[in-house]
Design a protein around this ligand. Sequence first.
Ligand code: GRF
Length: 179
Amino acid sequence: MRIGVLASGGGSNLEAILDAGIPVSVVVVDRPCRAIDLADAAGVAHELVEWNGDRLDFTHRVVDALERHGVELVAMAGFMRILDKPIFDAFPGRVLNTHPSLLPSFRGAHAVADALEAGVKVTGCTIHVAVPEVDAGPILAQEAVPVHDDDTVEALHERIKAVEHRLYPDTIKTFMERT
Ligand code: GRF
């Protein structure tokens, strides 16, 4: 199964996916970022699809980039753009995402800060099938992460990411075996 990874930033989840031996065919990014260097180092193709303020057009260009590489399964890994319906039509039930909270709690781009602000004692991460509604869709895996009394957003996010780095590749592998 040909995998495409969408990333925007640090790319630590992409790195974990590559380290797990998952065969990534292309990395699609919306901005110059470390994910490009990781793709290069792993000998994986990358495509830069720059954000142009038009979500529908942007989504079509992302889908085109994925289709050029024969992608069959899409893994969003810290992709900081909301995608429109065409990607869910092109890859029905085959767009996965990792989110740094126990969904359905704390959807959105500030999930870690929101959890800290709410004073919860436990948060975590969720691997799910992505749907047009942001941070929704069938949940494939979740794992809890404790919140410490003296936590900062950065420290808590790093603790969550350490779990994502194991849980996301494992869940992708299981998904590939069952699909
Ligand atoms: C992860 O915590 C992911 O759940 C969230 O953004 C972070 C991306 O980290 N959507 P990285 O770019 O993979 O290091």
